[in-house]
Design a binder for this molecule. Sequence first.
Ligand SMILES: C[S@@+](CC[C@H](N)C(=O)[O-])C[C@H]1O[C@@H](n2cnc3c(N)ncnc32)[C@H](O)[C@@H]1O
Length: 302
Amino acid sequence: MTTRPRHGNNGSPAAPRPPHATGAPFLPAQPPSDVDIELRLLMEAIYLKYNHDFRDYTGASQKRRVLYALSQMNMPSISALQERVLRDPNVFARLLQYLTVPVSEMFRDPAYFLALRKQVVPLLHTYPSVKVWVAGCSTGEEVYSLAILLHEEGLLKRTRIYATDINPDSLEKARQGIYPLEAVRNYTANYQRAGGVRAFSDYYTAAYDAARFDPALCADVIFADHSLATDSVFAETQLVSCRNVLIYFNRQLQDRALALFHDSLSHRGFLGLGAKESIDFSAYAGRFDVLARSERIFRKAG
Ligand SMILES: C[S@@+](CC[C@H](N)C(=O)[O-])C[C@H]1O[C@@H](n2cnc3c(N)ncnc32)[C@H](O)[C@@H]1O
């Protein structure tokens, strides 16, 4: 199902917004190009029809992805794509794969996972039970990485992980936990650099060219649809890991997501971002302390 339920935003339809509020690539002195106008109309149409809100994603990279989708889907223009998207949910489901960038890897940026292991996990141990939110979990590689790390540190059994995304196909792949064997072999080095203490192959069963990760790792993982653009806080968590998602958002939407993370974290909870992401220039800069700057790990200010 590609139409998102209208929860968390009161179910109200999109209000017309002035160009300056959208993050669309409009400069007051310069009229927008036709392509930029078409792009903006496409995002409004998607929001009204499917309740997926891409209106506050950064203009340049969104434009690149839509133009790439046009070429892959054999469409002559963004307007033609818009018409098809409105009439056919399957066309929208295809476009969603381009708009959401479902790209991930296990133990991506090993230093991040090593810092979690060394600096965050010892503090998580002080809680009787732990909740972790992986926001924008894509196809699940980050979730399995965290589950393996928590298992090795003796925390997985008392941890619940909420793994959320807006792409239903990605969530389904994440639930299955089956990845190409060749890619998984390449993740072994990441795992070791992230402080992994066992043979990585202990965690999966290989069959032909696929690796199936041990379902026990996800016994207490809840995979769910949740949008950082339109939904609200849903759980009190000790750790939020949201990596390589905010880079696609404009400043306004980044602040919205950071507000959700701040409000969902318990007192002195932890926030991990992607290698190219930061809270430095956000409205939330003063609301978090830096725990590990280069690994992008922050702690809710007391
Ligand atoms: C590049 S992937 C990052 C995957 C993983 N976190 C990692 O670092 O490997 C970006 C993910 O963010 C998700 N995403 C995009 N917009 C979102 C939104 N508004 N709310 C939640 N997830 C979103 C996409 O569907 C995609 O799965």
